[in-house]
Write a protein that binds this ligand. Structure first.
Ligand code: CDP
Length: 239
């Protein structure tokens, strides 16, 4: 049986976890979960769970990493060894380095780094439980934790990955859809302006399918941006 033969959406358009094509998995957000940090956030998104802690701004060490005109963002994405069924070997690997880099780049577009020359802001993203889309959950939770730390920002970054399964474009892929689907399009969106700060693509999408996945990501980001704003106002969302 090839990957394309795994049936993931039925004749009524219902996916394996009961969602319709445009549905996002349930989300909850809790702030201040790491009391020693300057800002922190726990986000659950379907079966994904992430904790993000933010420290800073602080003096950047070693001095060679300092920038005279702005702060540097030190972002580390890590999957806990117990976060998936195959134990993850502790320490950085190629994938975690890549995700840390794209997350840092996406956050740089919203954080007002020029307010803190020669400083460092440390953002630690720890995946506790992984079920596809962890780069999206990590990036979204990181932007909320930065806001919780009181770091000046022009907007949040909300990230969602839509894609294609059995020829159908669907929103917010889960693990089996990510594994056996035909394409994956994670995007980082600024919910207030609708601007983009991050986009990756895996697999093939026609121009129409790309547009459909783009629209799903945009719509979802606006809704999730509302949850994040509510969490920042009230200390949490859907707890
Ligand atoms: O998590 P995300 O979709 O952003 O990244 P991915 O590289 O497409 O990984 C998809 C999923 O595969 C992860 O969310 C994990 O559930 C799983 N995974 C794993 O089990 N072991 C790894 N070393 C990497 C990913």
């Amino acid at each position: 049986m090839g990957y394309g033969d795994v049936q993931m959406i039925d004749e009524n358009g219902i996916r394996v976890d009961g969602r319709k094509a445009g549905d996002v998995r349930p989300i909850s957000i809790e702030l201040g979960v790491v009391p020693v940090a300057d800002g922190s956030c726990r986000m659950t998104w379907g079966t994904n769970e992430v904790i993000v802690a933010v420290y800073g701004p602080m003096e950047a060490h070693p001095r060679k990493i300092q920038r005279q005109d702005r702060a540097v963002l030190d972002v580390r994405y890590n999957m806990a060894p117990f976060s998936t069924s195959d134990r993850i070997r502790p320490g950085f690997n190629r994938r975690s380095r890549e995700i840390s880099k794209v997350t840092s780049d996406a956050l740089e577009s919203v954080v007002l780094l020029e307010l803190y020359p020669r400083s460092k802001i440390r953002v630690e993203i720890e995946i506790i439980c992984a079920e596809a889309g962890t780069r999206c959950v990590g990036l979204t939770a990181a932007s909320v934790a930065l806001a919780d730390a009181g770091i000046p920002m022009t907007d949040l970054v909300v990230s969602v990955a839509s894609g294609k399964i059995n020829g159908v474009v669907v929103c917010d892929l889960n693990k089996s859809e990510d594994n056996y689907g035909e394409a994956d399009l994670p995007m980082g969106i600024l919910p207030n302006s609708g601007e983009l700060s991050f986009l990756q693509m895996d697999g093939d999408l026609s121009q129409e399918e790309f547009q459909e996945a783009w629209d799903y990501n945009m719509e979802a980001a606006m809704v999730i941006g509302g949850y994040c704003a509510e969490a920042l106002k009230n200390g949490g969302y859907n707890l």
